[in-house]
Write a protein that binds this ligand. Sequence first.
Ligand SMILES: NC(=O)c1ccc[n+]([C@@H]2O[C@H](COP(=O)([O-])OP(=O)(O)OC[C@H]3O[C@@H](n4cnc5c(N)ncnc54)[C@H](OP(=O)(O)O)[C@@H]3O)[C@@H](O)[C@H]2O)c1
Length: 327
Amino acid sequence: MKKIRWGILGSGNIAATFATALNSMEDSLLEAVASRSDIRAKEFAERFKIKKSYGSYEELAKDPDIDVIYIAVPHTEHKNMAGLCIKNNKAVLCEKPFTINSKDSEELINMAKEHDVFLMEAMWTKFLPVNLKVKQWIKEGKIGKVLHINAKFGFHSDYDPQRRLYNPSLGGGALLDVGVYPISYTTFILERIPDKIISSAIIGSSAVDEQNVVIFHYNDGILADLSSSISCETGGDALIVGERGIIKVDRFWSTESASLYDNRYKCIEEYKEPFKANGYEYEAAEVNRCLREGLRISSLNPLTDTLSNMKLMDEIRKQWGLVYPGE
Ligand SMILES: NC(=O)c1ccc[n+]([C@@H]2O[C@H](COP(=O)([O-])OP(=O)(O)OC[C@H]3O[C@@H](n4cnc5c(N)ncnc54)[C@H](OP(=O)(O)O)[C@@H]3O)[C@@H](O)[C@H]2O)c1
């Protein structure tokens, strides 16, 4: 089978994690990496045994031997960097959050349509085998109608207004960085958006949300209680409660196990599936499948879902008055 040839744009933390996943896959070839610095690109290429390294993002975007480019730069750079690749007719897998706001997401989606190229948000959680099993349990009616979802993603990161997480000019804050997970997970499970949103945030001294709580209210009797934090360790499990049972997903955003209970918390079934590599291989496999089949959009993670989630985050930020520089 001809390998899908990947390029990585950026050389930070997640770029390294994704490179490890690609190198574990038989049908992927990590062809090139690009950094703003020639030296960093060379070091990254040596570390992951990559044939080509570029000291500018433009060179990668123009490389004719690349099928798809993975965008692994801060949120604020996603739109421009994904746009650069799309204009050079490259397929794109773009890190989460897709962009800073839904307006930018819409522009990017339209650009991909115009250039007729594949585009997907790297919401890797949706492709994890355990989460696909959770969806299957729900579709099979194992817990009846879903009534309540509780999902959180919170960790402690030392305050540093220069660093990406606390820096508003790099799109810092808990909502866009990790709140995107419980929000995307809820729309993934329920397959629709809420009728009402109630939310609250602690906005810190660098003017980004350090922690937040978001409630999604659905008029037919469903509540989702979602939270995220970059200042405190709140955990990462999800609980999906239905009329007849409960599903507990351990660290739902990077899960390798989930349990199904009846309404009295008697365990009915446990499902475990350790990652083949580090969990990022499943989203990469979906991109490879789409490219082989000539698809422009993944049916497992369609751009309509990405755009809906971005609009929800716009609304939540509007409730707090959180605006990023340049918006
Ligand atoms: N899917 C996941 O599990 C996951 C996990 C972590 C992060 N992410 C997402 O991935 C993106 C990158 O996160 P990260 O943790 O990898 O960040 P990071 O370690 O800070 O790396 C970001 C890289 O982007 C490049 N870059 C380009 N413009 C930049 C700028 N103006 N300021 C700083 N760096 C810039 C830098 O590489 P060069 O200078 O070498 O070009 C830098 O190494 C974020 O959008 C984040 O939300 C996803």
